[in-house]
Design a protein. Structure first.
Length: 178
């Protein structure tokens, strides 16, 4: 379908434009997925710093987030959506503030919601979406990380607790080995 603009004689082939734009978006999303993930994390981190939420230095925080991203990716989570980043941030908060694990709707979800300028219900929903994906792709690995058999898909709070505990124990083992 071809349309012509009356004023300047410009001809635009709409089908070609839409087709090429779709290809461009697909290439862009595939090639910059992890880069974009990191940029979104940096924006979230800057928002956290503005609120004075964390006092760790940047290198420690970046290393911890890399470990969280790697674990979520290993579990089969896709870093191309809010679910991945909300969950990663919630795990980070749970590691930094272990008391928040018992107060997920009062501390954990609101802290993540504030960092990403959304509400705590959206955070919880996105975390549940990620858990469903992980459970369908590799529940055996999740059970191995949990150190026990999981009879059913864990709740959002349990999932975050399992991964935060695993990463905390891993860090303690590294410190003991030094």
């Amino acid at each position: 379908m071809t349309y012509s603009a009356n004023g300047n004689g410009l001809t635009v082939k709409i089908q070609d434009y839409l087709s090429n734009f779709g290809k461009f978006l697909k290439i862009l999303s595939n090639s910059v997925g992890f880069w974009l993930a990191h940029q979104i994390y940096i924006i979230g981190t800057k928002r956290q710093e503005e609120s004075g939420m964390h006092e760790n230095n940047d290198k420690q925080r970046d290393e911890q987030m890399r470990r969280i991203y790697a674990l979520l990716s290993k579990l089969g989570a896709n870093p191309c959506g809010n679910s991945f980043f909300y969950t990663a941030h919630a795990i980070y908060v749970a590691i930094e503030d272990p008391d928040s694990r018992a107060l997920v709707t009062k501390r954990l979800y609101p802290a993540t919601a504030k960092a990403y300028r959304t509400n705590w219900q959206a955070v919880e929903r996105n975390i549940r979406i990620l858990i469903q994906t992980v459970w369908q792709r590799d529940s055996a690995l999740l059970e191995k990380i949990a150190g026990k058999e999981l009879p059913s898909k864990p709740t959002a709070a349990n999932f975050i607790g399992i991964l935060a505990e695993y990463l905390s124990e891993d860090e303690e083992r590294l410190l003991d080995a030094m």
